[in-house]
Write a protein that binds this ligand. Sequence first.
Ligand code: ADP
Length: 199
Amino acid sequence: MYIAVTGGIGCGKTTVVNEFRRIGLPCFVADEVAGAYYNDPGFVRQVAELFDEEILLPDGSADKRTIARIVFSSPEKLARLNALIHPRVWDDFEAFATRHRSSPYVIFESAIAYEYGFDRKVDRVVCVYLNREERLRRLEQRDHATRQQLEQRMRNQLSAEEKMLRADYVVLNYEGNPRARQVMHIHKQLLADSKTLIQ
Ligand code: ADP
């Protein structure tokens, strides 16, 4: 069974996924995997071919800041880049899931599971929720970014409330809320779900 863990940036996906990892579930972090593609010269070449601008640094590696600037200003170029990355991420996730097939379920962590239709490829979605103000506060500390930069990043995503409404399970990640207990509760539900799915 495939389980997506999603939620708005800064809501605490990473910390929630770590709880699942602590229970012993295999966890695939889409962002990390996609980021590592840039170490593959073949991939970097493919990305370079997508754009009419130079995106290679003198040492042949990809200039991620330039790529970010290009895709940020052009939805069409962002879509092209996504069309290159997302199918590869999904193939890698399926290979990962196959390697862990003895586990009752595997976790797919992605901030943009809904935005790019991964929700339709998984069996259940867990959304980590935290209101916008609190997320901004945590991100200012974590990323040392300005409010304006953070709000811009958030604008490309569905609202946290919309994600929560669509999800099968929700973790409310307010400070002081018992996160481990919420995750354990969802874990038990997921184990029950996995039995009904198999039947
Ligand atoms: P995401 O992966 O969703 O972007 P993170 O898991 O990195 O979010 O969490 C964002 C920030 O908030 C991090 O600095 C993290 O340490 C902090 N954080 C996460 N959960 C809590 C919590 N329950 N209480 C206080 N701080 C938290």
